[in-house]
Write a protein of this length. Structure first.
Length: 279
């Protein structure tokens, strides 16, 4: 595990006297039960005060494939002119219809994707607005499962032209605020079987997804949050946080997550505490 992530998780659990010990107990248990699954790949150069991995440029990482079969990038969809026009509309929302032919009309239900580009879910080496067919089909299937008619994924939904792109980034959080559901996709979490809510809560605060400033904003603004694990997709509130009680081992991690979910940022000090461990 990345020592920098462990250190920040330890600091975040300092509010109550027994909370740091909960993190240690989880790590001790994981050393045997989750040894092969709970690991941060390529963090050998990290230290307690610096995560070398998180400082890298991930924009050129090749986009991942969801299946082992040969697939090609989708082309001829997600028209950039339609995207720019939608950014300049009154609501500025840019979720695509699931068939990629047009921007979804507000307030039709859509799913927003919250992810980190280091997992290979960004544009990668493909030209703008092209994504692997198998990866898009996976996200599309999840959206349909939650009765969504559209999808918001920054890889497809942020314009390339400078002015429109800047405008889109300024109001990007609105897409999470208006989404019917936000899907958290993180390779670290997808490697874990969902066994217990307390175990899942600690895995979340140690995940790459939880270390980014953008994803912190996305978590704070989202209505419903679904998280992809190896064997299932779980609701953050219903399946994880609500099942962790004050005397449960995972209560420390629950408090860290709930600070963002409740928007408990009341001043500069709270803002610094939130952003300090993030990249």
């Amino acid at each position: 595990l990345c020592p920098n992530r462990i250190w920040h998780a330890w600091q975040a659990c300092q509010d109550q006297e027994d909370e740091p010990s909960q993190l240690l107990a989880f790590l001790a248990e994981s050393a045997t039960t989750l040894k092969d699954a709970l690991k941060h790949e390529d963090h050998s150069a990290c230290s307690f005060d610096f995560c070398e991995f998180s400082s890298r440029n991930f924009t050129a990482i090749a986009e991942k494939h969801e299946s082992k079969e040969v697939c090609f990038p989708l082309q001829g969809l997600f028209n950039d002119d339609k995207l720019e026009k939608s950014v300049q509309s009154d609501d500025g929302l840019t979720a695509w219809r699931l068939d990629g032919s047009a921007i979804l009309e507000h307030p039709r239900p859509f799913m927003a994707i919250s992810h980190v580009w280091s997992d290979g879910t960004g544009t990668g080496t493909w030209p703008s607005r092209q994504v692997n067919e198998c990866l898009y089909s996976y996200f599309k299937g999840v959206a349909e499962r939650f009765q969504c008619e559209g999808i918001w994924w920054d890889t497809l939904c942020i314009p390339q032209k400078k002015d429109a792109r800047s405008m889109s980034l300024d109001i990007m959080h609105r897409n999470y605020e208006y989404a019917k559901v936000t899907l958290v996709h993180d390779r670290f979490l997808r490697n874990l079987l969902f066994e217990r809510p307390d175990q899942a809560s600690f895995a979340i605060i140690l995940s790459p997804w939880f270390t980014r400033g953008w994803t912190a904003l996305e978590l704070a603004k989202s209505r419903k949050v679904k998280i992809v694990f190896k064997d299932s997709i779980k609701d953050l509130e219903v399946d994880i946080l609500r099942k962790i009680h004050k005397k449960s081992r995972g209560y420390a991690a629950k408090r860290v997550i709930k600070r963002l979910r409740k928007g408990e940022i009341f001043g500069i000090e709270d803002l610094l505490v939130t952003l300090r461990p993030r990249y």
